[in-house]
Design a protein around this ligand. Structure first.
Ligand code: KIV
Ligand code: ZN
Length: 512
């Protein structure tokens, strides 16, 4: 049997469904380029029919990002399939991924379809997609809670209709490794024509078993794993790309399987996705967490000094973590800056690069040492933010306070092109600035979270502020970085307000 496991990355589709993690088109393209560098086999770039933003992202990634197959999700509906094709046509390696539920729970309560009707729709829509493109994937949603005999029937029928990949989702993260492995073995045994298709799996992490279930599936013959960088995704997320890839690599002795992933690009991909989505990675997260290679105990440190293999089953370098992080200083030129940006996953040029370089020079003048984290924050703050239409722009800010003085802020914002200036007070300088900005922008949003981090050590470090805002059913994240944390706070808030505007607009245009 084939020993190559295909990696299907759905960071830009299922990953983007994480609350507060939406990305704009430019951000998605930057992530997609890093995924191509990482060597994923398939990028699920979005759900073309769902909104103009997703349509544009699928279209641009399919046409601009070289290497992986680029895929759009589509419900088993004619309009969805047609929109997916509209976005993908002309691309070098397009795939349409269509789905419909097969569990009785979903069919009865959500879709109001009989089993026969669902199977018929699946076959018709796979055939419709095949009318456009050779590479069609089908998912029987909620497969792990579907009746196996019916599932076999549907899988057999869609292969007959031309699906080249059949993806078995554990949509609600309910499966257990042993039974999920048996389900895959059952499909291989009972579905006629299964050898003509690749079996894929798509596991959610509600019980913390997504990676274990995916592993059980590949041990039983699945040869594609759907996963996301840092395991982000709907609810508790999806199978983590870095974990499944490093399991297959580190335990090749037992599993005998491989992927096409360049594992040295894993850490840059993790940082990039975390920076862009604002979903931070827990310190003890396997492979990419801050502590994943940090040895605290004296006994462990002693062993490591004698021989790394005593306590290290893989090296940090093998996943792209560099031990020395100091990169650039005030004498570094544009070329060195661009090269480092590329290594960090930000493949940018032209005017965007000029602006980032200007910011870098200004920062290097203020700080003795500029670290990777500084550069990432600067690029995210300055460059990516510019790609989103900005209704609000921070023009200037001053504040005063101190022991015994009422904190007071004066804020100048550009709102729809016009300058508005106001002053206000608050409990502290950040409160004064936020109250003033809220008044100027007339926002109805609630601040759910405010956090500030020193990006690197030292009192000259940049402060990075993250805020989470909610307005109705929209949750957005805003980020800002500056050596002055009050300015960083104001930038983060304004950034979040712009993202809310963007979301609202997307929602108005969205159809599902
Ligand atoms: O979780 C799920 O079932 C999905 C499908 C659309 C593949 O995301
Ligand atoms: Zn999913």
């Amino acid at each position: 049997m084939d020993t190559r496991v295909r990696i299907f990355d759905t960071t830009l589709r299922d990953g983007e469904q994480s609350p507060g993690a939406s990305m704009n088109v430019e951000e998605k393209i930057i992530v997609a380029r890093q995924l191509a560098k990482l060597g994923v086999d398939v990028i699920e770039a979005g759900f073309a029919f769902s909104s103009p933003g997703d349509f544009e992202a699928v279209k641009r990634i399919a046409h601009e990002v070289e290497g992986p197959v680029v895929c759009s999700l589509a419900r088993a509906k004619a309009d969805d399939i047609d929109a997916a094709w509209e976005a993908l046509k002309g691309a070098s390696r397009p795939r349409i991924h269509t789905f419909i539920s097969t569990s009785d729970i979903h069919l009865r309560h959500q879709f109001k379809l009989t089993r026969q009707e669902a199977r018929k729709r699946a076959v018709e829509m796979v055939a419709r997609a095949r009318g456009y493109v050779e590479d069609v994937e089908f998912s029987p949603m909620d497969a792990s809670r579907s009746e196996p005999e019916y599932l076999y029937e549907v899988v057999e029928a869609v292969i007959e209709a031309g699906a080249a990949t059949v993806n078995i989702p554990d949509t609600v993260g309910y499966a257990l490794p042993e039974t999920f492995g048996q389900l895959i073995a059952g499909i291989r045994k009972n579905v006629r024509g299964i050898d003509r298709a690749v079996i894929s799996v798509h596991c959610h992490n509600d019980l913390g078993l997504a990676v274990a279930n995916s592993l059980a599936a590949v041990m039983n013959g699945a040869r594609q794993v759907e996963c996301t960088v840092n395991g982000i995704g709907e609810r508790a997320g999806n199978t983590s790309l870095e974990e499944i890839v490093m399991i297959l690599k580190t335990r090749k002795d037992v599993l005998g399987l491989e992927t096409g992933i360049n594992t040295r690009e894993i850490y840059p991909a993790s940082r990039l996705v975390s920076g862009i989505t604002g979903l931070s990675v827990q310190a003890n997260k396997a492979i990419v967490g801050d502590n994943a290679f940090a040895h605290e105990s004296g006994i462990h440190q002693d062993g490591l000094l004698k021989d790394k293999s005593t306590y290290e089953i893989m090296t940090p370098e093998s996943v792209g973590i560099q031990r020395s992080k100091l990169v650039l200083g005030k004498h570094s030129g544009r070329h060195a800056f661009k090269t480092r940006l590329g290594e960090l996953g930000y493949d940018i040029g032209g005017e965007r690069l000029d602006r980032a370089f200007e910011r870098f020079k200004a920062l290097a003048d203020k700080k003795k040492e500029v670290f990777d984290e500084d550069i990432e924050a600067l690029v995210q703050d300055e460059v990516l933010r510019d790609e989103m239409p900005e209704r609000f722009r921070l023009v200037s800010l001053s504040f005063s306070g101190g022991t015994g003085a009422q904190p007071c802020a004066e804020v100048e914002l550009e709102v729809d092109g016009a300058i508005v200036k106001e002053t206000g007070t608050g409990d502290g300088p950040v409160d004064a600035v936020y109250r003033t900005i809220a008044r100027i922008t007339c926002t109805r949003s609630t601040l759910l979270k405010y956090s500030v981090n020193a990006i690197t050590g030292g009192t000259d470090a940049q402060g990075e502020v993250s805020v989470r805002l909610r307005e109705d059913d929209h949750i957005v994240l805003g980020q800002g970085a500056h050596t002055d944390i009050i300015v960083a706070s104001a930038r983060a808030y304004v950034n979040a307000l712009n993202r809310l505007e963007y979301k609202r607009k997307e929602k108005r245009e969205s159809v599902i």
